[in-house]
Design a protein around this ligand. Structure first.
Ligand SMILES: C[S@@+](CC[C@H](N)C(=O)[O-])C[C@H]1O[C@@H](n2cnc3c(N)ncnc32)[C@H](O)[C@@H]1O
Length: 453
């Protein structure tokens, strides 16, 4: 048994799915942050965990050649980034090893992992920023991201993952909160006004949306707040007030009020125009999203005769891109604001061979199967939790020739691939796209086809 405070030296065996370095000591696992696989480290045991022990690094005795100095001053405390101490190549190797490991332990699947498409400049890529607020012990207002596994905010000056303008806007918002005596929301006491600020940035259009999430219907200093914010940042194209009075960690509430501008931003992706409103999903990495969609179309290799279903379609981005290579596309999405955006986006781009339905993807697929509808291609890009058996079973009933599965969570994707296989669809290559550099997340795409003709 290891003791708290005990000092050990050893070699990191591998990094787990949360990028913890694993040191094996006898039968015990010791979890070490911010190390690389194969590095020799001197660590101090901190505490016992359910699965082993946590330890802090005293010294990296032997550095891996992919180790780099993190550019962010609060990297080790913040927790939003996990791999900033690795070069682009090192991050790629780590993500490849992780995907290979996941594939190898997915029973019944014979997947190989093809390359991961990385970004040359892996900074300032996130087009959406979510900020929380708190007061420190001295009553000083702080703004920042949540520390990993906690509701404690780590204040920051500059975030290397977002466009610089977002930081400047946030600093103005913090100054305005102090000036106009706007209290940050306190989760425990359930008091205070401003819960979160969401900033969305159109990477091509440069349009900016600021969403102020407040804890009550009335926003007392609203006019002055909006006027002063716009005066300081005339680049902001829309400001939305969102009301969230629920006891929840979900950021946005249902109700919205537009305080300035149209209530949405527009952006260009794969040569198409998209309107994005506050509650709609939009891929957070513009450059890599284009890489991902192109990869998807390349894998599908469509002839222009296909009827395609774009399931979990968001604002219709993949579907509209696919519509250029297909006979017709149906998009299905649960979020009604996103469907509204999608319908507008089809008009905006004069794409007439696409229609959108607001429904649960599983239920919609069951209805299509019951009506014996014909589909040639199904594209699905579900949320992190993955798809459902109802959806997968109905796909098998409809018997499309090809199924393209895009995912931001390879664990649930591989679970779903096992189900697809049970229902007669197999894929053998997982393609990675690094949509989230400096973090342990990775986007993957796989093409499946029917085993039985
Ligand atoms: C990862 S996003 C993908 C969006 C889109 N394909 C894109 O690339 O921008 C997942 C989408 O699934 C939607 N969604 C979540 N659960 C759903 C369900 N049960 N049925 C249909 N859509 C759902 C979310 O609202 C979100 O827009």
């Amino acid at each position: 048994m290891l003791k708290s405070g005990q000092i050990l030296t050893g070699t990191i065996a591998y990094l787990d799915e949360s990028s913890n370095g694993i040191l094996i000591v006898g039968k015990d696992k010791v979890f070490v942050r911010h190390v690389l696989a194969k590095e020799r480290v001197k660590v101090k045991i901190q505490k016992r965990l359910k699965e082993g022990y946590s330890a802090s690094v005293i010294e990296i005795v032997q550095k891996d050649k992919e180790r780099v100095k993190p550019l962010c001053g609060i990297y080790e405390r913040c927790g939003s980034c996990h791999l900033m101490h690795m070069s682009v190549q090192g991050q790629k190797q780590q993500k490849l090893a992780y995907l290979q490991h996941l594939c190898s332990k997915s029973k019944g699947l014979h997947m190989k992992v093809e390359d991961i498409a990385t970004m040359k400049e892996p900074y300032h890529y996130r087009n959406k920023m979510i900020i929380g607020f708190q007061k420190d012990k001295q009553g000083k207002l702080q703004a920042g991201f949540y520390e990993e596994f906690s509701h404690h905010i780590i204040p920051y000056e500059q975030c290397l993952l977002h466009p610089e303008i977002c930081d400047a806007i946030l600093h103005t918002i913090t100054a305005l909160m102090i000036k106009l005596r706007i209290e940050p929301y306190d989760e425990d006491k359930r008091r205070g006004l401003l819960r979160h600020v969401v900033i969305r940035y159109g990477m091509v259009s440069k349009q900016i949306m600021v969403v102020l999430v407040i804890n009550q219907q009335v926003f007392p200093a609203r006019k002055a707040f909006v006027q002063e914010l716009l005066k300081k940042h005339p680049q902001i194209t829309t400001i939305v007030q969102n009301v969230n009075t629920r006891k929840t960690s979900i950021v946005l509430g249902e109700q919205e009020r537009i305080l300035y501008g149209p209530g949405y931003i527009e952006d260009t992706l794969c040569g198409l125009q998209f309107r994005i409103s506050a509650k709609s999903f939009y891929q957070i990495n513009h450059e890599q999203c284009e890489v991902l969609y192109k990869k998807g179309m390349e894998l599908l290799h469509m002839t222009g005769k296909e009827t395609v279903l774009d399931a979990y379609c968001g604002i219709g981005t993949i579907g509209m891109y696919a519509a250029q290579y297909a006979k017709q596309v149906i998009g299905v999405e649960l979020n009604k604001d996103a469907v509204e955006d999608a319908k507008n986006n089809a008009k905006l781009n004069q794409i007439r061979n696409i229609r959108f339905v607001c429904d649960d993807a599983g239920k919609f697929m069951q209805k299509l199967a019951a009506k014996k509808e014909r589909l040639d291609v199904v594209i699905l890009d579900p949320p992190r939790s993955g798809s459902s058996e109802a959806f997968i079973r109905s796909v098998a009933t409809i018997r499309p020739k090809k199924v393209l599965y895009i995912s931001c969570n390879p664990q649930t994707q591989l679970r779903d691939l096992q189900l697809f296989q049970k229902y007669g669809y197999v894929g053998d290559v997982l393609h990675g796209v690094d949509m989230f550099p400096n973090t342990f997340h990775v986007e993957t795409v796989v093409l499946m086809s029917r085993i039985y003709k």
